[in-house]
Design a binder for this molecule. Structure first.
Ligand code: NAD
Ligand code: TYD
Length: 365
């Protein structure tokens, strides 16, 4: 791997991946293509300095659906790796407005695949197109069940359906055109730089501010939580040693019900605030934050449970997650406490309007 295109690099996972890659592989030239939607934030990559040549870095603001732009980048940079993180990624937004999900997740992935097919015509030797997908394509699982690379696709939200469609296109480019592609399906990520619309940062920030903590339905939906650093290591391994045409499913195997997770976050925030006079002054909430929990109307089509069997990537590529969940959550709470300027800017403007629209109608269940 010498020259990598990272789409969606200004988002949560993409920016964590780039930071990790710069530290581990400073010889790799990184080009980021990101539209900077509400979820993309140049501050996430602020420490990177643009420079030409091998080991350099280039940021391009643009849309993965823009054929001329994508084509031009492939011609100029001669990528040997593409990692496609760019996506509309939030289930609740896909329910409010699914169109952007079809455009970016399906048409955008198609546009990238077409560019790779044109420019890698001489054969994919030494090249790899890594499509980052989600375990949500497998739909809701019964207790005790686990999804793996052979599970049937049963997407239930417009988000999951658009990711499933992009997986199918990616797979077809391998079967039909011999394009060297890999698809990964990861479980729910958490960690620094996650946009506050997702469960864990939303709960941390609301808990800090003494605001209500909206738990959908009965709160007993189960997710398999993976620290973003562990996901990024898996993606790097796939870039280095993934076999073209193969799919790799990635998860920690650490399941938790939402309500249990939210209670734990309340306790971690309580602990952090109690230990720091400055925080007590900033966030003078009286009493245990568990009192802020509110059960609200359920998400339509809400998947009950995801659970990922990651045996293949463990056995074939030697991947293993390193972050234990409670410790990872403690560090994540600390990150949001230490980086309030980051999230204060993020939660103003467009996000505030989204929050009102999303939660105003969800009166207590
Ligand atoms: P995110 O929403 O934080 O970031 C998405 C990034 O893509 C943003 O920087 C945004 O500006 C950019 N983007 C959106 N539309 C674009 C377009 N048309 N052209 C170019 N850039 C565009 O998402 P994330 O949580 O970092 O997720 C990254 C990828 O990982 C997604 O493909 C998602 O489906 C997948 N994934 C996420 C999780 C998770 O828990 N967050 C789990 C499994 C898989
Ligand atoms: P989310 O972070 O949106 O990820 P996903 O839906 O992709 O798994 O949500 C994680 C879980 O938390 C999911 O079961 C929905 C639930 N949830 C709430 O209960 N309240 C909230 O405010 C949010 C955003 C999510």
């Amino acid at each position: 791997m010498r020259k990598i295109l990272v789409t969606g690099g200004a988002g949560f996972i993409g920016s964590n991946f780039i930071r990790m890659l710069r530290a581990k592989r400073p010889d790799v030239r990184v080009t980021v293509l990101d539209k900077l939607t509400y979820a993309g934030n140049p501050e996430n990559l602020a420490e990177l300095v643009e420079s030409p040549g091998p080991g350099g870095y280039r940021f391009v603001k643009g849309d993965i659906c823009d054929e001329a732009l994508v084509d031009g980048l492939f011609a100029e940079e001669d990528f040997d790796r593409v990692v496609n993180f760019a996506a509309e990624s939030h289930v609740d937004r896909s329910i409010l407005g699914p169109r952007a999900f079809v455009e970016t997740n399906v048409t955008g992935t198609f546009t990238l695949l077409e560019a790779a097919r044109r420019h890698w015509r001489s054969g994919g030797e030494g090249r790899l197109f890594v499509h980052i997908s989600t375990d949500e394509v497998y739909g809701s699982l019964a207790a005790g069940e686990r999804s793996n690379e052979d599970s049937p696709y049963r997407p239930n939200s417009p988000y999951a359906a658009s990711k499933a469609a992009s997986d199918h296109l990616t797979r077809s480019y391998h079967r039909t055109y011999g394009l060297p592609v890999v698809i990964s399906h990861c479980s729910n990520n958490y960690g620094p730089y996650q946009f506050p619309e997702k469960l864990i940062p939303l709960m941390i920030i609301n808990a800090l501010q003494g605001r209500e903590l909206p738990v959908y339905g009965d709160g007993r939906n189960v997710r398999d939580w993976l620290h973003v650093a562990d996901h990024c290591e898996a993606v790097e391994l796939v870039c280095e040693r993934g076999e073209a045409g193969r799919t790799y499913d990635i998860g920690s195997g650490r399941e938790m019900e939402n309500i249990e997770l939210v209670r734990l976050l309340c306790d971690l925030v309580d602990e952090a605030v109690a230990a720091c006079g400055e925080l007590r002054r900033l966030h003078p909430f009286d009493g245990p934050r568990r009192r802020l929990i509110r059960f609200v109307a359920d998400r339509p089509g809400h998947d009950r449970r995801y659970a990922t069997d990651s045996s293949r990537i463990r056995d074939e590529l030697g991947w293993t997650p390193r972050t234990e969940l409670e410790e990872g959550l403690r560090r994540t709470v600390a990150w949001y406490i230490d980086n309030r300027r980051w999230w204060e800017r993020v939660v103003s403007g467009e996000y505030r309007r989204y929050y009102e629209l999303q939660y105003a109608s969800r009166t207590n269940a």
